[in-house]
Design a protein around this ligand. Structure first.
Ligand SMILES: Cc1cc2nc3c(=O)[nH]c(=O)nc-3n(C[C@H](O)[C@H](O)[C@H](O)COP(=O)(O)OP(=O)(O)OC[C@H]3O[C@@H](n4cnc5c(N)ncnc54)[C@H](O)[C@@H]3O)c2cc1C
Length: 401
């Protein structure tokens, strides 16, 4: 197994358990194992998602939707939950469907996988980078950084997402083509935008639309020190990973802070509210459950004084406020990828991998697991589920060969 991340580890421990005659070696180039598992989900590890229908689940993958439909038939969310539970790690689902270990600590997942590796004798070699792969006399010859090489009957490549095409050269030499890697799951930068003064404010449900595209997402939006984040923004970034890169991350986003309304229906609300509660101050009623700081900000941007009552709201000011409430437009310039559940879209072309076995269609006994292939999910545990599933499918295949 090449790569000591979620996919490589899951593949290694399952292969070693399923066939005790296999000698499983895990090669990891750094001095750390499962490093992304450790930091994932804010240190809690969002292991999977509480979705139990394969078709529904597959819709959470901007790339690889049809591919995962096949792999999930072999190992699905229910299997992940059972696998960890059988090893003493109970998972719990949060309201939004994300699943975490009940300990709320990613270390629980790491301990579980490490125990499993010890139990079934997986040999782990750290600081060991694979540089080259070659088929020689029916065996894989794996060239390492220390000028050494090892031979293997089967090779599973689980090296994660590579951000640059050049990093795939050693795999392109085996006849594989690469779908260009681009970042996914990033937040939007709004340099020096006044809204960033509201950092920390979050809106439970807003609608985000990207101008000039079909990208439209509804969900929580978080205002940060540098711009906009939260699930709705991350989902736009995932579905629009390529399109937004083509725009050089320079585009306009339209935010409806009150998505239950459009311009017309919100105007009606204003009119009827004015008829019944004309003496009420505009600052004290926002037609939804917007945080006060945001409503105050929208009032300010619309030129509405904090003391103004609905009765005194001119149609000019009312229109400006309505517009800012349902179509607040920001210019996005740049993206931020740190701290979030960042992944790389792109990778090994899916047409070159058999979804039933995860084996290369170009090379016998060469397998791919995890983020290295052109599959990526939105935020919420979908990327780990793909890592577990692909690792497991390969383990089963190798163990039964
Ligand atoms: C901050 C952060 C938080 C995240 N949180 C979540 C979350 O909560 N839920 C979720 O579903 N997803 C999350 N993700 C995404 C998820 O971590 C990845 O999709 C997942 O780790 C991919 O697993 P992998 O095994 O394919 O790759 P990786 O975890 O990246 O592991 C690849 C390993 O291969 C090693 N390697 C690379 N090249 C070589 C080589 N040539 N030789 C030997 N070793 C090599 C690397 O050092 C690395 O250890 C998060 C990502 C980040 C960055």
């Amino acid at each position: 197994m090449i790569g000591g991340g979620a996919a490589g580890f899951f593949c290694a421990v399952n292969a070693a358990r399923m066939n005790r005659n296999l000698k499983v070696i895990l090669l990891e180039k750094t001095n750390k194992l499962l490093s992304k598992v450790k930091i994932s989900g804010g240190g809690r590890c969002n292991v999977t998602h509480a979705l139990f229908d394969i078709i529904e689940m597959s819709k959470r993958y901007p790339r690889g939707q049809h591919f995962v439909k096949k792999t999930f038939h072999q190992f699905f969310t229910t299997d992940t939950i059972k696998w960890f539970e059988e090893r003493g790690v109970k998972l719990k689902a949060e309201e939004d469907g994300r699943m975490f270990p009940v300990s709320d600590s990613s270390q629980t997942i790491i301990n579980c996988l490490m125990n499993e590796a010890n139990l079934y004798g997986v040999e782990i070699r750290m600081n060991t980078e694979v540089k080259k792969l070659k088929m020689e006399n029916g065996e894989w010859r794996i060239g390492l950084n220390n000028n050494q090489a090892i031979n293997a009957d089967f090779v599973c490549i689980a090296t994660g997402g590579y951000p640059k095409v050049a990093m795939f050269d050693w795999l392109r030499n085996l006849g594989h083509t690469i779908s260009e890697p681009v970042p996914s799951l990033f937040t939007f930068n709004l340099p020096k935008h006044p809204i960033t003064q509201l950092m920390g404010v979050s809106v439970e449900k807003a609608r985000v639309k990207i101008e000039g595209t079909k990208l439209l997402e509804e969900g929580p939006v978080l205002i940060t020190h540098w711009g906009l984040s939260g699930p709705a923004i991350l989902r736009c970034s995932a579905w629009g990973a390529r399109e937004l890169q083509e725009k050089n991350y320079d585009f306009k986003a339209h935010i409806n802070w009150l998505p239950q309304f459009n311009e017309h229906s919100l105007k009606e609300q204003f009119q009827s509210f004015r008829n019944t509660q004309s003496s009420k101050k505009v600052i004290n009623h926002n037609f939804g459950s917007l945080p006060t700081r945001l409503w105050q900000f929208l009032l300010e941007r619309s030129g509405v004084n904090n003391e103004l009552r609905f009765a005194d709201l001119s149609s000019k000011l009312e229109n400006a406020l309505i517009r800012n409430s349902v179509d607040y437009t920001v210019e996005v310039k740049g993206k931020t990828t740190f701290k979030e559940e960042f992944v790389t879209a792109g990778g090994i072309n899916l047409a070159e991998v058999d979804a039933n076995t995860m084996m290369s269609r170009k090379q016998q006994n060469l397998f791919f697991a995890g983020e290295i292939i052109d599959v990526d999910g939105i935020t919420g545990g979908f990327n780990f589920q793909h890592a577990w599933t692909s690792g497991w499918v390969i383990a089963k295949q190798i163990a039964s060969s």
